[in-house]
Design a binder for this molecule. Structure first.
Ligand SMILES: [Zn+2]
Length: 361
């Protein structure tokens, strides 16, 4: 069941959006000038200036392995296939339609990819970079042309450079000792109890389940064992959630919720994280709160507080309950509707958890 849902979620994932639009005449030559996949799993591209790129990911099917591709404006002269090595099966350059160029990277079977964390970063007006995988075995660089060649514009767009730094800082999840930690993630509510119902009928149970699953994927990738108290929309009372945690060797317990305000006031927005006791719980709550605020600009910081919620009061390990925004609030609800924001929140929660595990162990 989990597997199926995950596949569905990952199926087609547009990993980025680029804003630079310049319309090239259909006849013009390919905007792709050079590409390279480096030994660290980073794909680098050099294009004509201000090119509009679109990138996609598709999960493996019977015919081919996981594929990542980028479409460029301008027509490719000679379609070709370059043999891969390591986790990469091959790279194909083709023209999906007249006036277009497509660079396809096909991975071998059993490559564990995490496209949710992918982000194409513009380094300057004609260079791009995206981290695709962590090489398991040694991977020999492949590519065509010189991606580094042009120093382009010396007064390169400061804003882009700034964004690049921020993106990297924000994307980086800390490494922790693999196979050492265990975490229980508790998506609030479920089944006949949908939790908060927000603007436009958005349901807490759905939002927090999706966020929780992404958190699980991100942590699993770092070698952390994760149990979810529920993996679909089922009714699960509070005591079994607690016993799942207490019967495991979990280091921490994180319950994920979204808020509703009394009277469904649209002007009430914000994030808060609760713990019940102990400096560990408080430290974990502070770390998660800090990270979720970073991805929710403008939404008020309602703080880290002590709360007497059943699930954090009765669990034996450091436990927190995160409220990722108000489904009844105009600002928060609009964001929580979007998968991009849910992914950012999941990433933030995972980061808070990993930083805690790294620090406290
Ligand atoms: Zn709730």
């Amino acid at each position: 069941m989990i597997k199926f849902l995950d596949n569905k979620l990952f199926r087609y994932l547009s990993v980025l959006l680029f804003l630079n639009s310049s319309i090239l005449p259909v006849k013009s030559s390919s905007a792709l000038a050079a590409w390279a996949i480096n030994p660290n799993g980073v794909l680098e591209l050099r294009t004509k200036s201000n090119t509009d790129l679109k990138a996609y990911f598709q999960k493996a099917n019977q015919i081919s392995g996981d594929r990542f591709w980028v479409d460029f404006p301008g027509e490719l002269k000679n379609p070709r296939t370059i043999k891969g090595n390591g986790q990469i099966k091959e790279v194909r350059l083709g023209k999906p339609e007249k006036g277009k160029t497509r660079l396809v990277i096909e991975f071998k079977e059993e490559t564990y990819l995490n496209p949710l964390t992918w982000k194409m970063v513009g380094l300057d007006q004609n260079r791009w970079r995206i981290k695709l995988f962590n090489p398991k075995y040694s991977f020999k660089k492949i590519g065509e042309g010189l991606v580094e060649k042009k120093r382009a514009n010396i007064k390169a767009n400061q804003d882009l450079i700034h964004r690049k730094k921020n993106n990297y800082g924000y994307l980086k999840l800390p490494e922790v000792k693999r196979n050492k930690f265990e975490v229980v993630i508790d998506p609030g509510h479920g089944g006949p109890d949908p939790g908060a119902i927000g603007i436009g009928g958005i349901r807490e149970t759905d939002v927090v389940l999706e966020v929780s699953k992404i958190v699980k994927n991100l942590l699993s990738e770092k070698g952390v064992k994760v149990s979810l108290t529920r993996t679909n929309d089922v009714d699960l009372d509070l005591p079994p959630r607690v016993s799942i945690a207490n019967n495991s060797d979990a280091d921490i317990f994180v319950s994920i919720h979204a808020n509703a305000s009394r009277g469904k006031r649209r002007d009430i927005n914000g994030l808060e994280t609760f713990y019940y006791r102990g400096w560990r719980g408080r430290l974990l709550a502070k770390g998660i709160q800090k990270q979720i605020l970073r991805v929710s600009p403008g939404s008020p910081d309602r703080g880290v507080k002590q709360g007497r919620f059943y699930v954090i009061k009765n669990t034996r390990m450091p436990a927190v309950l995160v409220e990722i925004g108000f489904l009844t609030g105009r600002l928060d609800a609009r964001r929580l509707e979007k998968i991009t924001h849910r992914k950012r929140l999941a990433h933030a929660i995972a980061k808070g958890i990993l930083e805690y595990l790294d620090k406290v162990g």
